[in-house]
Design a protein around this ligand. Structure first.
Ligand code: UN1
Length: 511
């Protein structure tokens, strides 16, 4: 019987550059993909060199010339078939996501489901790349705007959603007539390679030119600032930390390139006096410990009304105790919390726990790592629950780990101020049965985040909405709603079908 890796076309040694269905014979450094689950090698990837990058950009440029002329619904048909292939491989790819990245298998499956969902969404979008028509101020003139394909989209993704973020961007970009060069995280190259193997037959069967979907595995020493500085790439979509985003956006901005930035979050849940506590606790626990706190949308701060504070803390402690029984191998069915991605991430977790206590915070539960004498279990931690204040330096930062800072509030205005009182602005939510509070939270004086929810947690957004946030989160929007517009160039057209040449604003210019 074939193994998961065989079914996904992963060998012991893989090439790290593809133009769609063909692989380049890469000669760069060896990138070993070690699983955070047990610290063991899964397989190796030979990274790309700068020469490989040049080959890919040239192919992408050629492919764009062909792909942009293919009618959008036909491009959508290719995406429809990609969605079907992903359905066939959902279990295997979900398994590899878990193995290579460490999220539990349920979440690995959920990630592939996001890919399938965005394919369906993009297929519909391929018939809806609509502009507006406007009434001209001049007689017998017609005005409208239209959207054209943009060109090459550079896509830099993070380890935590190693394949879904590719799909959000690549599927939408593809129906828009763009071509994509994808640089996955060097921690998760195998899921990227598997994704390309999954789509290869669809590309071949539909004669999609090589160069529409490109993949390049390369370290930032080879493909770093030079990638984002490349003027042949008009748009970059980047998921990563705020620090990295600021640096790259500076380089891209200096050449007036476009960006979609999805950077750090520091997401809060407010629990109001009227909240359904059972729902609130369930959602906060999933938001804080799900994906071991490694989602951009993870719940990091909990703002609780003083009247229910003690009850919430007591309930959370019980919930965390029961979650702590289910830390372990994320491939096992019962597990709720898998490993962190690296030993560095464990250090960051421990450092934050230490720092918040030094600043005056109180550890209520967890906050320890597993015994590192057993090297295989080095990446596991017990999710932490802490009382803290919003202004603490460490609370203002995003630590990519399962740490929940709890704080008290008296008035809804104060709660909203706390929610907004961090540099980041990705996701937020309030649990309340009070319509005044919920509407205030969603109003112009409410949450300043890109995502604001009522009686739903901060994580687990559906693909149909525009995904992204404000302030240090970067301001980009990807995935659903009208995010597709970022992937196209917009043109305003005015057509004069009269025999006169009236000037706009009634200007007379006789000669
Ligand atoms: C991310 O963490 O970068 O909303 C993406 C969510 C997921 C995507 C998170 N749909 O939690």
């Amino acid at each position: 019987m074939k193994t998961v890796l065989e079914r996904l076309g992963i060998r012991d040694l893989n090439h790290g550059a593809s133009t769609g269905s063909k692989w380049l014979t890469t000669k760069g450094k060896m990138n070993e993909s070690v699983s955070p689950v047990n610290n063991k090698l899964i397989a190796s990837v030979q990274s790309a060199t700068l020469e490989d990058y040049e080959t890919i950009v040239k192919k992408a440029e050629e492919a764009f010339k062909v792909w942009r002329e293919i009618p959008a619904p036909q491009r959508g048909e290719v995406v429809r078939q990609i969605g079907n292939k992903l359905r066939e491989h959902k279990e295997d790819l979900g398994y590899l996501v878990t193995w290579e990245m460490g999220k539990i298998y349920q979440e690995g499956l959920g990630e592939v489901q996001e890919m399938i969902d965005i394919c369906d969404f993009a297929v519909g979008q391929s018939r809806l790349l609509n502009g507006f028509t406007m009434h001209s101020e001049r007689k017998q003139h017609r005005m409208y705007d239209q959207y054209h394909p943009l060109g090459i989209v550079g896509l830099i993704t993070s380890f935590n959603f190693p394949v879904a973020v590719w799909a959000w961007n690549a599927m939408v970009a593809a129906v828009c007539g763009d071509v994509v060069i994808w640089k996955p995280s060097s921690r998760t190259p195998l899921t990227a390679i598997a994704t390309h193997n999954i789509i290869a037959d669809v590309l071949k069967d539909n004669n999609v030119p090589e160069g529409v979907f490109n993949l390049i595995v390369a370290g930032s020493d080879v493909l770093g600032d030079n990638f984002v500085a490349d003027r042949r790439i008009p748009l970059f979509s980047i998921t990563g930390s705020t620090a990295v985003g600021k640096k790259l956006a500076g380089i891209i901005g200096a050449r007036l390139g476009r960006t979609i930035l999805e950077l750090g979050g520091n997401n809060a849940v407010i629990i109001a006096p009227s909240a359904n506590l059972e729902m609130a606790i369930k959602s906060v626990v999933f938001g804080a410990v799900g994906t071991a706190g490694q989602r951009c949308t993870s719940t990091r701060r909990l703002i609780v009304h003083e009247s229910v504070y003690d009850e919430v803390v007591a309930k959370l402690k019980i919930a965390y105790q029961s979650v702590a029984q289910k830390i372990g191998n994320p491939l096992e069915k019962e597990t709720l919390v898998g490993p962190l991605i690296s030993e560095g991430a464990v250090k960051d977790f421990l450092h934050a726990i230490d720092k918040v206590q030094k600043e005056g915070g109180k550890l209520l539960y967890g906050g320890v790592s597993y015994d590192c004498e057993n090297k295989d279990f080095c990446h596991y931690v017990v999710p932490a629950l802490l009382e803290a204040e919003n202004h603490y330096e460490i609370v203002q930062e995003e630590t990519f780990a399962p740490i929940l800072y709890i704080m008290k509030y008296k008035t809804i205005e104060e709660a909203i101020a706390l929610n907004n009182g961090v540099p980041q602005g990705l996701s937020s939510s309030i649990f309340t049965e009070n319509i005044r509070e919920s509407e205030l939270f969603l109003s112009e004086t409410g949450s300043d985040c890109g995502i604001a929810n009522i009686n739903i947690g901060t994580s687990g957004a559906e693909i149909g909405g525009a995904f992204g946030g404000e302030k240090d989160t970067g301001g980009g929007r990807e995935s659903g709603s009208d995010s597709w517009k970022s992937y196209m160039r917009r043109q305003t057209n005015t057509i004069n079908y009269s025999t006169d040449l009236p000037l706009a604003q009634g200007i007379q210019f006789g000669f």
